[in-house]
Structures are given as structure tokens and as C-alpha cells.
Design a protein around this ligand. Structure first.
Ligand code: SF4
Length: 207
């Protein structure tokens, strides 16, 4: 009996120690389909993941709502806790990017990554990362560079991973789950590029 008690104590201490050690990561998430693969990867690697939705430049507002509600219901199913910052910064965005529209992603990434790094630090996470590293359509190197910068400024580690390797897997799962999958990045400029370029191409016009 005494031996059993000692064994149980050792086992308890061992398990408790492991539980305490489970690192927490704040995952900036842009939408449900882009979160599927990174979430699976991070959980598999032993991270305890919390999502953070902050994407104030998704336009128009109906599209913003649609992406957010899709994420909320999917996250519930996946037992993923999400911190939602439902700010909608249309005016700020336009004021910041007008006359330099070709550089708009720099501003858009920075705002989101800086907010994520600050929140991760304030809420005592061990690190932060972003689903922007999953999309093949984002400027991957720029996202990584800005996240590293945000990490230094806020004093919190940035976890880098090239989630693009799971692009097909994530997309396939989103399709099979019948999730809403948006057809453009988010802002009105990306909406125009997506549809107008396609239309011009089909008409044989210059893009
Ligand atoms: S294209 Fe996407 S990343 Fe770039 S500014 Fe628009 S919403 Fe942001």
C-alpha cells in the first residue's frame, strides 16, 4: 500500500509538472479556414492555443460580420477560446493608405501584429503567432519581419512557422466542413483586384 501511495505521488507530481509547463500561445486569426491548419499544428506541438480575432480592415462591414460569425461557430466546435476585438477601422485605414495604396499591406499587417504582440505580453502568454503565415496569398516574408519587429517592441517571443505547407490540407478541410470561404483578402482594394482583374482577363483587356 505504501509503495502504491509513493508511486501515485510521483505520478501526480510528474503530471502536474507537465501541465504547468504547457506553454500558452496567442494565435492571431484572420478567419476560420486559415485557422484550421495552424491550430492543428500548434496543438500537436504541445501549445495551449488561444485565438485573437482583430482584423479591422475587412470590408465591407457585412463581409466582416460574415467572417467573424463563421469563426465563432467553428471555434466553438473546436473548443478554441477566442478573444474578439471587433473594431472596424474603415476611416483610419483609408486615411493611412490613400495615395500609397500599393503599400497598404504594410500598414494592415503592422496594426494587427502589434496589437497581438501587446495583448500577448499583457496577458502573460509565452509567445504569439499568426494565421497570416498560413496563406499563400500574403507576403510571407513581410509578415515574418513585422512580427519579429512587434515581438521586440512588446518584449514577447514570436513563434515563427511556415504554415503554408498545410495549405491544401486546410482548404480541403474547410470545404468538407462547408465553411464560408471568402474570395478576396479583406479590404476594398483586394476585392477590386480579385474581381476586376478577373473580368478584364476574361475580356482580354489589360489588367
Ligand atoms: S490586401 Fe489584405 S493584407 Fe493587404 S491591406 Fe488589404 S486586407 Fe490588408
Amino acid at each position: 500500500m505504501a509503495v502504491l501511495t509513493v508511486c501515485l505521488k510521483i505520478c501526480y507530481r510528474h503530471c502536474f509538472k507537465d501541465l504547468k509547463k504547457l506553454p500558452n500561445i496567442l494565435l492571431h486569426t484572420c478567419c476560420a479556414p486559415c485557422t484550421i491548419y495552424p491550430l492543428g499544428r500548434l496543438r500537436k506541438a504541445g501549445w495551449q492555443v488561444h485565438g485573437f480575432f482583430y482584423n479591422p480592415h475587412i470590408q465591407p462591414y457585412q463581409e466582416f460580420q460574415k467572417r467573424l460569425t463563421t469563426l465563432e461557430s467553428w471555434a466553438l466546435k473546436e473548443a478554441l477560446k477566442i478573444i474578439i476585438r471587433a473594431d472596424y477601422e474603415l476611416e483610419d485605414f483609408l486615411r493611412q493608405v490613400v495615395f500609397r495604396e500599393h503599400q497598404r499591406c504594410l500598414y494592415c499587417y503592422s496594426v494587427r501584429l502589434q496589437a497581438t504582440a501587446r495583448l500577448a505580453k499583457k496577458s502573460r502568454f509565452d509567445a504569439f503567432t499568426t494565421t497570416l503565415l498560413y496563406s499563400k496569398r500574403q507576403n510571407h516574408d513581410l509578415v515574418r519581419e513585422l512580427a519579429q519587429q512587434a515581438s521586440k517592441e512588446a518584449g514577447i517571443p514570436f513563434h515563427y512557422e511556415d504554415f503554408r505547407e498545410g495549405w491544401e490540407t486546410g482548404q480541403e478541410q474547410a470545404r468538407s466542413e462547408g465553411l464560408y470561404r471568402q474570395q478576396y483578402c479583406g479590404c476594398i482594394y483586394s476585392e477590386q483586384e480579385r474581381y476586376l482583374t478577373k473580368k478584364r482577363r476574361s475580356l482580354g483587356q489589360p489588367e
